[in-house]
Design a protein around this ligand. Structure first.
Ligand code: ATP
Ligand code: MG
Length: 778
């Protein structure tokens, strides 16, 4: 595609940041306004301007987003160039860098990445070894506590220097948190393993402690771009800041109204303070939503208005009005599921739509069950995102644990997983003794196994023989790994370790499924080995494959038939879009969640979540709720969510059928009063919230547009007219997208009508209205 052709797919406001090559910049804009599109096109533009793909770093929120961006860029600049881009989530990009540089911190280049399951298992073991009460020290809670320390860069040492933190843990009846933290960090280090949070924490450590490493990557990444900047945590923020410090070519995009990960440490101040972090930051805003109908945009705007803490933003759309947002009430969660399934079915039939046009979004994973039951009854194919990722299934983890151990024999969790699986007569007592010996001798368990004849350990000779056999087995795989490719090795392991037989020994349908999954894993390895070899800095080896799957989320592995209805939590749906979206379970205490209503800040985060949900819809949004629902095994009554009431009624339509009242005597007058059920109006919002296409300058917008305009390309229609043409003088050399370079011969007119006569290299003399000309001074 030619440069002009793809740039013409942007509106003026989008084009400006896209072609502003250098300097720090931030785009703050509402949902669906093309932020991600601008990032994508900007990368393509930079490459067209001769910026080397290897020196562009683009950080996205999901791997899926990175892949889609890369594909789009490949269409514009060609696949061979696009594949050299450094693009991915923070975790995947910095895992790669740690492979190269981790040795500075004492990590092997083939370090293992512990997923949540591995981390929690290790914590469980530590809590047990320390003899602590596992009801007080719940592994999940301990894990999330440690995770939050790490994301705030609180190391073990910092923890012990912080009486407040220790006090807080003591108050929570976990006075030995610090010791657990210490033991966990030590054990991970000894196992040559990093958990997810380490990938960021250790990167920070690397960049802070080793100035030469910092300099190397500052020099490498001359252009840095970050999507969904509003949800970066402190650790991520510091990494970006350190890397961008030298060239300051940093472009971040985000929407404060879509900040929904505060509960996991995301810090909205990162976006609010961006302008203070860099000099001469250019601020851009996009206002036109291309995703949704007028009714959806209007409804979403009217809800987010209720948040006090926000940057004022204008979001409007030129899209069609579309149908109103439909609100539907059911008796029970089961009825709600049936309503959603039958509506999908009917809409599909009437409008000839694929399943993939529909998404069902909910607040909590538990809500998927009622939806699934109903979809299954109607034979509508669906897929649940965000459950266990394929790679976290037991049989898959069993196979990959062998692979991990082959690469990194220090990997404690992998070793514990496979040392007696399939069963080879090595009991738990033996394993416990091995762990103790390894801790005492400060060796890895595998080293203890290798030295089993000489270490002082209470294990009988028969068992020692079994341990020796196990060492021999793993070492034979290591030998094979020297020459064979990852696929051949994995296949050999599955067959020779006894796993294959083990998975299907009961001959049940589940056994068959397990085998199919393992086969799928092998296919995946094959694809990886073959596909990735084309990538310049990829060796397609086992280490890379394992890294890839450790960081895979369920959203990534789009396996199977893509034509399915998508079911996922709203958190996972960020950045995505679907034609028809059902936001279900809109009930008080569920959404907003009962656990998030203690403070205004929490409630506002719930509201932003609702805003995210609503703005995923392109054509039609449905909001559903039930009057009673099974929660924790009990049927509880529920009330409609306040968020429904907050929508300006002009954008919604109540579609609960009349008959329901007749059929269901439970629906009594105290709910509906005397009003006909299908004429139910939700309470009018306390204040009128939505003004059409508000065009006034935001008052409490902290970041203001740069006052002094340097380039004509900054001139944009909605800006103050007196600024048009500022700084452009006769004699300037300028660049135009279509006509190329040129020289300004004359400037005439006033305000928005300033014109310049320019002599272009292609096309000769032209008179252009500056407002539209998109000139760049060169
Ligand atoms: P979110 O806040 O949800 O992440 P966003 O601001 O990143 O949204 P995009 O996903 O980039 O928005 O764009 C929303 C939709 O609008 C996409 O389908 C995109 O292709 C389309 N779009 C964006 N800009 C334009 C344009 N100038 N012309 C046509 N379609 C556009
Ligand atoms: Mg986006």
């Amino acid at each position: 595609m030619t440069l002009e052709k793809y740039l013409s797919q942007l509106n003026d406001a989008q084009l400006e940041p896209t072609i502003q090559k250098d300097g720090p910049m931030i785009i703050i804009a509402g949902a669906g306004s093309g932020k991600t599109r601008v990032l994508t096109y900007r990368i393509a533009y930079l490459m067209s301007q001769g910026v080397d793909a290897f020196s562009i770093l683009a950080l996205t929120f999901t791997n899926k987003a990175a892949r889609e961006m890369k594909e789009r860029i490949a269409q514009i600049v060609g696949a061979s160039e696009a594949k050299n881009l450094w693009m991915g989530t923070f975790h995947s990009v910095f895992a790669k860098i740690l492979r190269f540089e981790g040795h500075h911190l004492g990590f092997p280049s083939n370090f293992t990445i512990y997923d949540t399951q591995d981390s929690q298992k290790l914590l469980g073991a530590i809590i047990k070894e320390m003899g602590l009460d596992k009801d007080l020290y719940k592994t999940k809670q301990v894990y999330s506590r440690i995770s939050s320390y790490k994301n705030s860069l609180i190391t073990v040492k910092a923890y012990f220097n912080n009486p407040e933190l220790m006090e807080a843990d003591a108050m929570a009846r976990r006075p030995r948190m610090g010791e657990i933290y210490q033991a966990y960090v030590d054990r991970c280090f000894k196992a040559g393993a990093m958990d997810f949070d380490d990938l960021l924490l250790r990167t920070n450590e690397l960049l802070t402690r080793f100035p030469s490493v910092l300099a190397k990557y500052q020099d490498k990444f001359r252009y840095i771009l970050v999507d969904e900047y509003q949800d970066t945590n402190h650790s991520q923020y510091l990494i970006v800041r350190a890397l961008a410090d030298r060239f300051q070519n940093i472009c971040v995009v985000g929407d404060d109204a879509q900040s929904i990960y505060a509960f996991r440490g995301a810090n909205i101040n990162n976006i609010l303070n961006f302008q203070k972090d860099y000099d001469n930051v250019k601020l851009y805003r996009l206002e036109q939503n291309y995703r949704s109908t007028k009714n959806i945009v209007g409804a979403a705007n009217s809800v987010i208005e209720h948040n006090k803490t926000k940057l004022e933003k204008v979001v409007w759309t030129a899209n069609e009005e579309g149908p109103k947002v439909k609100v539907h009430r059911s008796l029970t969660d089961g009825d709600e599921g049936r309503y959603v399934a039958s509506t999908i079915w009917e809409t599909k039939m009437n409008e000839h739509l694929p399943n993939s046009d529909f998404a069902i979004l909910y607040r909590t994973n538990a809500q998927s069950r009622a939806m699934e039951d109903a979809l299954r009854k109607r034979d509508i194919p669906y897929r649940i995102y965000g459950g266990l990722s394929f790679y976290q299934r037991k049989e898959i983890k069993d196979v990959t644990a062998y692979l991990r151990l082959v690469l990194n024999t220090a990997d404690e969790e992998a070793l514990k997983r496979v040392i007696n699986y399939p069963a080879r007569g090595i009991g738990q007592t033996t394993i416990d003794r091995l762990v103790v010996a390894a801790n005492n001798l400060n060796k890895t368990i595998f080293q203890v196994l290798k030295d089993i004849d000489t270490v002082d350990i209470n294990i009988n000779n028969g068992t020692k023989n079994k341990l020796r056999d196990f060492v021999t087995l793993i070492e034979s795989y290591q030998v094979m790994n020297q020459t064979a490719n990852a696929f051949d090795l994995a296949e050999h392991i599955v067959k020779s370790s006894g796993l294959m037989k083990e998975f299907n020994k009961d001959g049940t349908p589940e056994g068959v499924t397990r085998l199919e999954n393992v086969e799928e894993l092998l296919n995946g390895i094959k694809d990886f080995v073959e596909g990735q070899l084309e990538i310049a800095d990829s060796k397609g080896d086992l280490a890379e494959f394992l890294e890839d799957i450790a960081l895979a989320t369920d959203l990534d592995g789009d396996k199977g038939d893509p034509n399915h209805v998508a079911l996922m939590t709203i958190h996972l749906a960020k950045g995505l879009e679907f034609n028809h979206v059902f936001v279900v379970g809109l009930e008080e205490d569920l959404f907003p969640s009962a656990m998030s209503m203690n403070t205004r800040a929490e409630l506002e985060e719930e509201r932003r979540l609702f805003y995210v949900a609503l703005t995923r819809a392109e054509k039609q949004a449905y909001l559903t709720y039930a009057l009673s629902r099974y929660r924790w095994g009990k049927l509880v009554d529920s009330e409609p969510s306040r968020f429904i009431e907050e929508i300006d009624e002009q954008f919604i339509e109540n579609i609960t059928p009349k008959e329901e009242r007749r059929i269901n005597p439970m629906l009594s007058a105290d709910i509906f009063g005397d009003v006909e059920p299908n004429k139910i109006r939700f309470k009018k919002p306390v204040q009128p919230k939505f003004k059409k296409k508000e065009k006034t300058k935001p008052a409490n917008f902290e970041i203001s547009a740069p006052k002094k305009l340097k380039k004509a390309s900054e001139i944009q229609a909605p800006m103050d007219a007196s600024l048009f043409g500022a700084d452009l003088v006769v004699g300037n050399r300028v660049k135009h997208l279509k006509f190329g370079r040129g020289e300004v011969l004359k400037i005439e007119g006033k305000g928005t009508d300033i014109k310049a006569e320019i002599n272009f290299e292609f096309g000769g003399k032209k008179k252009l209205l500056l407002r539209f000309a998109k000139l760049e001074i060169i």
